[in-house]
Design a protein around this ligand. Structure first.
Ligand code: UD1
Ligand code: F6R
Length: 365
């Protein structure tokens, strides 16, 4: 089943041009978006007081990546909840809320308990899942199957990118009655259409990521700084590195750097800074300058052709990625980090598809 690949995680990373195509198949129609699972509920969702995203691990990170464009395209406030934390706090959920549950397996205990809780509180419950017939799919009022195909590697890769694309289509569908954002929606739809070919292009960084992994093999820790659309990329990249390569890694909000993390910077600790083109670009340029002036060991991810704009003196290692519509850039940017986590794991001699202490589906609380 792995075909020419050594591991399922590797196969699933490289499958993404295809899995994203199947996520979108039949759903981008006549310049608009058609989600069969949501169309009867769009009016109710448009009237809701807020959207609450709920998930765990990678699925939570995918929702975080979607948050900004859901707010932008729908005008509805969005809050984020890690499922276990919502339950610990018994946080407020109201009848006027749309609770969106994101889960690859559709069987994660924490997420399902949070679903029961939101149902009891009368919210409209929407599922975003890869598994037809899963408990999540059956218990939610409506939802979207991401159709990424079966994911076997314990580390979630192709489901993450398909979840983001499914939520982009959801945001486009909810916001489709707004005239003021029509041009923006058209640009995102054309970005979605070109996404699979951009993903094929970014996958060509495989050898470069293997080389980068070999330079990090003995590091004790790895930081990843992102902001805006790519804060989620930083969290998700770090999660991949810690869960499969068994290396300490933290994703951090770059805007918080000077409020503590800056103290960690030295010539040894590798730091990945995500600085692709979007509204936060100039802020990331100044973060890079501040890190370089403290002799930080930087690896900068930037848009193609921006190497000298992000690091003029050549003192950082640069990863250049193809550009897409800013809100879809997280789909591209996570891929080099997935490849890095994969190669780091193989080079460090750990089990890629079955990381220590982890299970694919966490069905206990
Ligand atoms: C559906 C069919 C698809 C067919 C297409 C043709 C299924 C599973 N999907 O896809 O095979 O090609 O019509 O028009 O038969 N749902 C939830 N919670 C979730 C996910 C989904 O309640 O977490 C519900 C949806 O609201 C919907 C149904 O499950 O009623 C199917 O969802 P989805 O597969 O996303 O719908 P379509 O894309 O229309
Ligand atoms: C990370 C990973 C986990 C899952 C989490 C939620 O690679 O796989 O963090 O994302 O356990 O699982 P689902 O999405 O099945 O609810």
């Amino acid at each position: 089943k792995k075909g020419s690949y050594d591991h399922f995680m590797q196969k699933e990373i490289h499958e993404q041009p295809h899995s994203l195509t199947t996520t979108m198949r039949g759903r981008l129609k006549d310049g608009g978006v058609l989600l069969g699972g949501l169309k009867e509920h769009l009016k109710t969702i448009r009237r809701c007081r807020r959207v609450v995203f709920i998930g765990c691990g990678t699925s939570y990170n995918a929702a975080l990546a979607a948050r900004t464009f859901v707010e932008e395209l729908t005008g509805i406030p969005v809050t984020m909840e890690v499922a276990s934390d919502l339950l610990d706090r018994q946080g407020p959920i109201y009848r006027e809320d749309t609770a969106v549950f994101v889960s690859q397996s559709g069987e994660t205990a924490d997420t399902l308990l949070a679903l029961d809780y939101a149902l009891e509180n009368g919210a409209l419950c929407v599922g975003i899942t890869n598994t037809v017939g899963s408990t999540l799919s059956r218990k939610t009022h409506c939802g979207v199957h991401i159709n990424a195909g079966c994911e076997i590697g314990v580390a979630s890769t192709k489901a993450y990118t398909s979840q983001i694309v499914a939520m982009a289509m959801m945001a486009l569908a909810i916001g489709s009655d707004q005239i003021s954002t029509q041009a923006r929606r058209n640009a995102i739809i054309s970005g979605l259409t070109s996404l699979p070919s951009c993903v094929s292009e970014v996958l060509k960084l495989d050898a470069e990521m293997k080389d980068l992994a070999s330079s990090l093999i003995d590091s004790e820790s790895l930081l990843v700084f992102g902001r805006g659309y790519n804060y989620a990329t930083a969290l998700e990249g770090a999660l991949k590195v810690k869960e499969v390569a068994l290396m300490h890694s933290e994703g951090m909000l770059a805007g918080e750097m000077k409020h503590g993390p800056l103290a960690l910077v030295d010539e040894i600790l590798p730091i990945i800074v995500i600085a692709t083109r979007d509204a936060c670009f100039s802020k990331q340029q100044s973060v890079i300058q501040q890190l370089l002036s403290r002799k930080g060991r930087l690896i900068v991810m930037c848009s193609k052709g921006d190497a000298s704009a992000v690091c003029s003196n050549g003192s950082c290692r640069v990863i250049e990625v193809p550009g897409v519509a800013d809100c879809l850039q997280p789909v591209i940017n996570i891929i080099p980090l997935q490849l890095l986590a994969y190669h780091l794991t193989v080079l460090r001699g750990f089990d890629v598809d079955q990381p220590r202490n982890l299970a694919k589906s966490v069905t206990t609380q």
